[in-house]
Design a protein around this ligand. Structure first.
Ligand code: AMP
Ligand code: MN
Ligand code: MN
Length: 316
């Protein structure tokens, strides 16, 4: 029996939480957990709370059951946190963890220090969905649950391209395909499909990118006024950093967008050498060795200079 099955068995109420600004792995793992608990534990009162999930994920079963605002609830017996590396990233829903009788965190962030009562953290795993798959009774995974898990794996591996993709990842993906999911649709419609405006801002961000440290690093920035001009929000900027990372000669890519005056959300990616999670952690963020993020203040020049110092040290 896995830790999850053990804890699920003795609970009467369950709340499921993920990280702020949910991505495919967060939404996929939370909805897989939600659907599994609802289907196989009919006596259990189950709630899922997340900040707004992009509507491209609305094909996932249970999407319309996600609570998006903190509500008055009796303390839950069990709180399960998925794909969330620290308490703060639970955002406003962290109150449910505080009041819950017991808690379980299932995650794959190397920077996760184990903030829940019980923690199943696999820093080598491609995605939380991969870790969750091993916690579930695999014979009970139906087509809806499989679609949720597959979505998470696709998004966190960049469709099986990132170095976190292992033979085990492919094995699990294969098992999920056998459940009859629309695997090409999931990849095209949620990972590659971009609106015209998303494509335009991607093009502009690439045009304005600047290389430094002999072309081994590259950065680009999207300001608030640019987002207003194109009529796009932060979620429309997904994938820009990955384009930068694949440019020939680039070891480390930085993408930033303005969240407030002199405040930037920074995304970093590396290819072989730089441990970006160390740099992100230093600036109060976190993530993985090859993909990490943080929020930084100052001018664009300050932010890039600060990051550049840390990157250069690792490159030498
Ligand atoms: P992003 O660059 O936002 O796509 O994030 C890359 C990875 O770093 C993801 O796995 C995030 O969960 C993690 N991450 C991003 N921003 C933060 C942050 N402020 N604190 C902790 N982890 C973060
Ligand atoms: Mn995530
Ligand atoms: Mn993840």
């Amino acid at each position: 029996m896995t830790k999850l099955e053990e804890m699920l068995g003795s609970a009467r109420s369950l709340v499921i939480l993920g990280h702020v600004n949910p991505d495919g792995d967060c939404a996929g793992s939370c909805l897989a957990m939600y659907n599994y608990a609802e289907k196989y534990n009919p006596e259990l009162y189950v709630r899922l709370y997340l900040q707004p999930v992009p509507d491209k994920f609305s094909y996932l079963k249970g999407y319309d059951r996600i609570g998006s605002e903190v509500c008055q609830e009796e303390p839950f017996d069990l709180c399960i946190c998925l794909d969330c590396s620290d308490r703060e990233r639970l955002g406003e829903f962290g109150v449910y963890l505080e009041s819950a009788g017991r808690s379980l965190c299932i995650d794959h962030h190397v920077t996760n220090q184990g903030y829940a009562g019980e923690n199943v953290i696999a820093p080598g795993a491609s995605s939380t969905c991969e870790v969750l798959y091993d916690q579930l009774d695999q014979s009970l995974i139906d087509q809806d649950i499989a679609a949720c898990l597959y979505t998470g794996i696709i998004h966190d591996t960049g469709v099986f391209r990132y170095s976190s993709t292992s033979a085990r990842t492919m094995e699990i993906a294969g098992k999920l395909m056998e459940k009859g999911i629309d695997f090409t649709g999931i990849i095209d419609d949620t990972f590659f499909r971009k609106t015209y405006l998303q494509s335009q801002i991607l093009g502009r961000a690439l045009m304005e990118s600047i290389r430094f440290l002999d072309g081994r690093c590259i950065f680009t920035v999207v300001k608030k006024q640019d987002m207003t001009f194109y009529g796009v929000g932060p979620k429309d900027l997904d994938g820009i950093v990955d384009h930068l990372r694949t440019i020939e000669g680039v070891e480390c890519a930085i993408f930033m967008y303005e969240t407030d005056s002199h405040m930037y959300k920074v995304s970093m990616r590396s290819n072989h050498i730089v441990d970006v999670s160390r740099i992100a952690s230093y600036f109060g963020g976190g993530g993985h060795v090859r993909a990490a993020g943080c929020t930084m203040s100052g001018s664009v020049h300050d932010v890039v200079n600060n990051l550049s110092g840390h990157i250069e040290k690792q490159l030498l």
